[in-house]
Design a protein around this ligand. Structure first.
Ligand code: G3P
Length: 214
């Protein structure tokens, strides 16, 4: 399973990368806004810093506009993945880009049939937003095994990229469901590694090691 970080904060990317388990980065316009920097600055720095795939999102809502933007976004690096919204125009753009060999990440997916459409359009990644489904009272994680089943039924190679991750349980369930990737906020990376019994056990080992020194 691959781990991406869901952020446009370069400091967070550097820290997560230092763990040695980071495979890529996803951004969106809201995350770039949160970084307080311009899109150009952030995209340039992230694409240079990270070797793995970096999702950069278009903001056009028509196919031609998306394709035009994609052309510009691809200039940031060979690792750029074009993030497209799951709307009819986004599917059209996805088909065109995948035909040209461009990697795509179809975002704002909230149902298994939407995920099926994205796969049929040739998406490299599908991003189901599990946390936002939880927010409206639906069990967001429920759609992940369903998407897995649908993709496996028909041999689609589109990678399931679990997004809108809010806590370690989402990552745990994504792994059990056979998701290909989870894009994880920086805070959740920290929570994943933490366990009070690890800390307690380590403190005891260090104390006992001290006692056997002399
Ligand atoms: O990058 C897309 C997605 O992960 C957004 O998450 O927390 O804004 O629902 P969130």
């Amino acid at each position: 399973m691959k781990f991406f970080i869901d952020t446009a904060d370069v400091g967070e990317i550097k820290e997560a990368r230092a763990l040695g388990i980071l495979d890529g980065v996803t951004t969106n316009p809201s995350l770039v806004k949160k970084s307080g920097r311009t899109f150009k600055d952030v995209a340039t720095e992230i694409c240079k810093l990270v070797e793995g795939p970096v999702s950069l999102e278009v903001v056009s809502i028509d196919c031609d506009g998306m394709l035009k933007e994609a052309k510009e976004l691809l200039k940031y690096g060979s690792n750029v993945v074009i993030k497209l919204p799951l709307i009819p125009e986004g599917l059209k753009a996805c088909r065109r880009l995948s035909q040209d060999g461009v990697k795509t990440n179809v975002t704002l997916c909230f149902s298994p049939v939407q995920a099926l459409l994205a796969a049929k359009a040739g998406a490299s990644y599908i991003s189901p937003f599990v946390g936002r489904l939880d927010d409206v009272g639906q069990d967001g994680m429920q759609i992940i095994p369903e998407i897995r089943k649908i993709y496996d039924n028909y041999g689609f190679e589109t990678e399931i990229l679990v997004a809108s991750v809010r806590h370690p349980i989402h990552v745990h369930q994504a792994a059990l469901a056979g998701a290909d990737v989870a894009t994880i906020p920086f805070k959740v990376f920290g929570q994943l590694v933490q366990h009070p019994l690890t800390d307690k056990g380590l403190a005891q080992f260090l104390k006992d090691a001290e006692a056997t020194k002399a």
